[in-house]
Ligand binder design. Sequence first.
Ligand code: CP
Ligand code: NVA
Length: 312
Amino acid sequence: MIKTKNFTNLSDVPSKDLRKILKDARKRKNLRKKLNTLEIDRDAPLKGKLLIQMYEKSSLRTRLSFYLAIKQLGGGTITLRSNELHLGQGGESLADTAKILSTYGDAFMLRSDSDQKTENFKNYLSIPIINGLSPSSHPTQILSDIFTIEEIKKKPISKLTIAWIGDSNNVLNSLIVASVKFSFKLNIGCPKKFKPRKSLIDWVKKNNSKIFIYYDPKIAVKNVDVIFSDKVISLNDKVNKIKKLNHFKKFKINKKLMSFAKKDCIFLHCLPKGPEVSDEVFFGEQSKVWEQALNRVHVQKSILLYCFGKLR
Ligand code: CP
Ligand code: NVA
């Protein structure tokens, strides 16, 4: 019997499997250069399979990229909003909901406002679960971003230095885990009050690795190959927004800050964007955010194949 797998945190996936996913994505992306958006890959490896997606928070990219991913693999998808289910109204247990999802569907993609809920679904489902963003991580985004970086830079990420300028949020948490899994140098530029949480820094140390935290963005980006950012106010943030944005004023990514990095440094952002980056940089030549967004389709296809135990 084929063994299926979950994809909820990069820390749970062995580095060799993450590499395998990237390799498969590269191969599949190359093979479908001449195909239209909804044409199915020749081998249709997930023919007849249903991916159920559930969103407790807004999404544009994740929803569309998983739609295209499963379609191109030969399967189909349905998207649920949790507040339209009995679960969201308090009329059905999570365990019963998970049982039904496992009865009708073949895989489940969840964007939840609670890490605990993602864990609970993982425990009750008998089909694979993919975390499509939680308050503490965004693993599909970061794996795809590693693909984008290696595709553009044409070298393994372990040979590059990446700088994150911004909040210590779910996307950064996954990037930190990735820096250990893929052995790349990661500089973080953030206000002291918003540095990564201690448990994650301890996890990095426990794994014999290191991240570099600076409270001056110019030092964080000095000679780096990639500058990466995200919104200062995340979907799960219940903070005084004006106060928080004020803390980040010095951390805005503009032409001047980009000039401290390498000449061929690229700018990435998972989107949607806020005021953390100037339009000049965001719409400028160094920005690769649109390629970055599209690559999510390709990498998520290989994540799906990994979950179905079908990665070659
Ligand atoms: N980057 C990302 O996950 O975008 P969405 O919130 O639109 O899915
Ligand atoms: N950190 C952001 C990412 C959005 C894709 C959020 O959680 O809202």
